[in-house]
Design a protein around this ligand. Structure first.
Ligand code: ATP
Ligand code: MG
Length: 401
C-alpha cells in the first residue's frame, strides 16, 4: 500500500479491531487504480456513527444524519461514513432519510458509477462487485444499475458524469448518453451550488473539449445557468478552448470576453460563486484590458501580478487562438520590473504634498502618483528619490502653467 492510504490506515485498523469492517472507498481508490494523484481518502464502515465518534479522540459530526463523521488523524481529516442505503430523493434534493446497513455491497450499490463503487481493505485487497475495474480499464463511465433510474434519483449525477469525462477522458456508454438526452431537464431541480462544484472541476479538466462536446450533444447545456439562454455559447467556447482553464475565475473572464453581454457579475451571480472568484475575475479582466492597449510588456505584467501569471498566459493564448505568450516569458518580465507595487515607489503621497509647498491635497495627488507609477513601470523614469523629486516639481510647474 502507498501514501496517502498508509497515513489513514490506522483509522481502518482501529475500526476493524473493535469488530467492524472498514474500507477505503470512492475517488481515492479509483484514482489509485488508474495511477492518478490521490487526493481525499474517504473511508466507509459498518460501524454506526456513534461508535466511530467513540473510537477516536478528535471527531467532528459533519454529516452525522447521513452517517458521516470527520476523524482527525495525523494533521489530516478523513470522512468516515457508515454503510448506508439512500431513501427517496424527494424533490431531487438530498435523500431525506438514509438507512444504515452492515453489508459493504449495499453501500457500494448506492454509489453513482462503477468506477466509484470500488473498495480497498486494510490489506490492499480490492472489493469490486460492480466490475468497476473492468470499466476503468476500458475507459468507460457506467452507472451502477440503470442510468435512467440513477439519474432520476439524483440528476446531479449527469453533471458528475461529464465532469469525470473532463478529468479522465473516459467515454460515456450509450445508455448514459441516451438517459442524459432524455433527462437533462431534471437538472433544473438541482441547487445551482451543487452544479457549480462539478462545473468548476469540468472546466479545469484535461479533457475539457470532450466534456463540452457531450454537454452539447446531450442537451445538458440547455439547463445550465446562462448557457440555457445563449445556446451558441458552448459551441463558441469550443472553437477557442483546447486546454483546461487554470481556474473558474479564468473561465468566467473568458466567457465575458467572448460575449460582453454577459457581465462578470452576472456569471458570478448565476452560478452562485464567491466574492473571491468575482474579484479574481475582475482582476484578470483588468489585466486583459491592459494587454489590449499595451501588448505584452512591463505595464501589462505589472497589472497581472505574480500570482496569476499562469491564468493570464492561458487566457491570452485562448483568446488569441495562438501561443502568444509563455508563462516563462511573463515571469522573466516580472522579475525585471522596476517596481512590483505602488508602495515600492521611492516617493509617496506625503512626500509629494511636502514638495508641493502649500498646495491643498486633492485628486491631483492620485493623478500624479498614477502618472509617476506608469512611467517608472515603463522604465522611462528611474525609481530614485532625487530623480522622482525633480520630476514631481516639474509635473507641478507644468500643470500650473
Ligand atoms: P473527487 O476525486 O473529485 O473527489 P469523488 O469520486 O471522490 O471525486 P466525491 O464527490 O468526493 O467524488 O464523492 C465520493 C464518493 O461518493 C464517490 O466516489 C461516489 O462513490 C459517491 N458519490 C458522490 N456523489 C454521489 C452521487 N451524487 N450519487 C451517488 N454517489 C455519489
Ligand atoms: Mg472525493
Amino acid at each position: 500500500m502507498e501514501q496517502p492510504f498508509l497515513k489513514a490506515l490506522p483509522i481502518i485498523k482501529t475500526i476493524e479491531n473493535s469488530g467492524y469492517e472498514a474500507y477505503f472507498v470512492g475517488g481515492s481508490v479509483r484514482d489509485y487504480l488508474i495511477n492518478r494523484t490521490v487526493h481525499d481518502v474517504d473511508i466507509a464502515t459498518s460501524a454506526p456513527p456513534h461508535v466511530v465518534q467513540n473510537l477516536f479522540k478528535k471527531t467532528i459530526p459533519v454529516g452525522i444524519e447521513h452517517g458521516t463523521i470527520l476523524v482527525r488523524h495525523g494533521q489530516e481529516s478523513y470522512e468516515v461514513t457508515t454503510f448506508r442505503i439512500d431513501g427517496k430523493y424527494e424533490d431531487f434534493r438530498h435523500p431525506d432519510e438514509v438507512t444504515f446497513v452492515t453489508d459493504l455491497k449495499e453501500d457500494l450499490a448506492r454509489r453513482d458509477f462503477t468506477m466509484n463503487a470500488i473498495a480497498m481493505d486494510q490489506k490492499g485487497q480490492i472489493h469490486d462487485p460492480f466490475h468497476g475495474q473492468a470499466d476503468l480499464k476500458s475507459g468507460y463511465i457506467r452507472t451502477v444499475g440503470k442510468a435512467e433510474e440513477r439519474f432520476y434519483e439524483d440528476p446531479l449525477r449527469m453533471m458528475r458524469a461529464v465532469r469525470f469525462v473532463s478529468q479522465l477522458g473516459f467515454q460515456l456508454d450509450d445508455e448514459i448518453k441516451n438517459a442524459m438526452k432524455q433527462m437533462a431537464n431534471l437538472l433544473e431541480h438541482i441547487a445551482v451550488e451543487r452544479i457549480t462544484v462539478e462545473i468548476e472541476k469540468l472546466f479545469m479538466g484535461e479533457y475539457i473539449m470532450k466534456a463540452l462536446t457531450h454537454i452539447n450533444e446531450t442537451n445538458i447545456g440547455r439547463h445550465l445557468p446562462i448557457f440555457r439562454d445563449d445556446q451558441s455559447l458552448i459551441k463558441k467556447i469550443k472553437e477557442y478552448v483546447q486546454t483546461p482553464f487554470q481556474s473558474i475565475a479564468e473561465a468566467i473572464t473568458f466567457f465575458h470576453i467572448l460575449n460582453p453581454d454577459h457581465s462578470i457579475q452576472k456569471w458570478i451571480k448565476s452560478w452562485k460563486l464567491s466574492n473571491k472568484v468575482l474579484n479574481s475575475a475582475k482582476h484578470l479582466h483588468q489585466a486583459y484590458l491592459t494587454y489590449q492597449h499595451e501588448g505584452i510588456g512591463n505595464e501589462t505584467v505589472y497589472v497581472v501580478g505574480k500570482h496569476v501569471l499562469q491564468e493570464f498566459a492561458h487566457l491570452v493564448n485562448i483568446v488569441e487562438k495562438a501561443e502568444m505568450v509563455s508563462v516563462h516569458r511573463l515571469e522573466k518580465i516580472y522579475e525585471a520590473l522596476p517596481i512590483r507595487q505602488r508602495e515600492d515607489l521611492c516617493l509617496n503621497g506625503h512626500d509629494i504634498l511636502a514638495l508641493a509647498k502649500g498646495r491643498k491635497p486633492g485628486p491631483w495627488v492620485q493623478e500624479l502618483l498614477l502618472d509617476m507609477e506608469r512611467q517608472v513601470v515603463r522604465g522611462s523614469l528611474k525609481n530614485e528619490t532625487s530623480v522622482l523629486k525633480e520630476w514631481v516639481k516639474k509635473w507641478i510647474t507644468d500643470e500650473n502653467s
